[in-house]
Design a protein around this ligand. Sequence first.
Ligand code: ARG
Length: 457
Amino acid sequence: AAPTAWSGRFSEPVSDLVKRYTASVFFDRRMWRQDIRASLAHARMLARQGIIAATDLAAIEQGMATITGEIEAGGFNWNLDDEDVHLNIEKRLTALVGDAGKRLHTGRSRNDQVATDIRLWLRDTIDDIDGLLRDFQKALLDTAEAHVDTPLPGFTHLQVAQPVTFGHHLLAYFEMLRRDRERFADCRRRVNRLPLGAAALAGTTFPIDREAVARELGFESVCENSLDAVSDRDFAIEFCAAASLVMTHISRFSEELILWMSPRVGFIDLADRFCTGSSIMPQKKNPDVPELARGKTGRVFGHLMGLLTLMKGQPLAYNKDNQEDKEPLFDTADTLSDTLRIFADLVPGIKVKPEAMAAALRQGYATATDLADYLVKKGLPFRDAHEAVARAVRACEARGCDLPELTLDELRSFSPLVGEDAFAVLTVAGSLAARDHLGGTAPAQVRAAIARCRTRL
Ligand code: ARG
């Protein structure tokens, strides 16, 4: 068997099954750029500190340039025998440049190396995701702008409650995504700390300069306890928690899209490119993309739960359990990124059907609260006004009509305070326009909100 990085210690090689079981190269190789970048920063520091020779550094730099070219060209031979991305690259480096390659690991362990690579990878990923969240927000704003005064029945308990505008409804998701971006930005501050220098767990006997490595790699600071630096993955858990919340928001939106697109509701249609048909029922146009997004939300929650569970029983410091952090983390990032990309494209393709929304508004007494508020403004205490309008609604229900279809005299039978001006209050446009304050659904407010949101993109 070929020698491994530790074969001096062992009398027999691992079985093929154990090799496959313990290896991570087939998923952690996606961090190869980060691994090389961190290795170069480490090597430069070692040379500056006089720990390795300048000629060693030059050889390492030249070897890493070759390896970069090989990986980019798809010609790098990733080898299961070398377990992970770190050993694969180090082994190739040594093959290329000899002893200088063997000196790279001075004052370093794979424990601090892998923690550094993940943080570098995650930092880049968070920056990408922030851009994708922004694109999604922009799509919501553009669509909201086209519908600042399109009336939509606002629901509570899935029953018509009060009119809102479709634009206002979309801006609710803008706000959720705004908090999501804040959460990622906050998470990024804790991701952006350098573990390298912790070595295996206790630090190293070499006179290293961690701050210099941190600066070169763009880390804001260094992890200040070596045990914590190599064993902690809470930054990855935080990322998955933030991702879970984004997915929660997208899942709620998906649920609404599915409902709105149901022929029984018919408020919207989705562009064909986000739907699929049925292999048996010719009439079907199914909202597969939102349904899958709702489903993939469960998958991301699972990764969060998996990582939490991965950490909870681990004693300090590094344990191999931590190798299991990567697949959930990568899959969370991939699932979230794809979902965001798709939704930024899906939102502009929403075809709004204002007639269906208006028809639904005529069926649910959507302006009943407005009539109660009207009576309050005429001097009736709110509880009494509520009572009077509730009785009017019951009368309408018995007759199968809407509140504005009652005559003035009929309305007055529930409260003598009702006047001719009550009919304006009962209109959807009147109801919308009346909610004219910060955060309200009046079209003027929605317009102002969109302007504010644009400055926050
Ligand atoms: N592939 C390992 C991981 O992902 C690297 C660290 C291995 N360290 C160790 N002592 N086995 O965590």
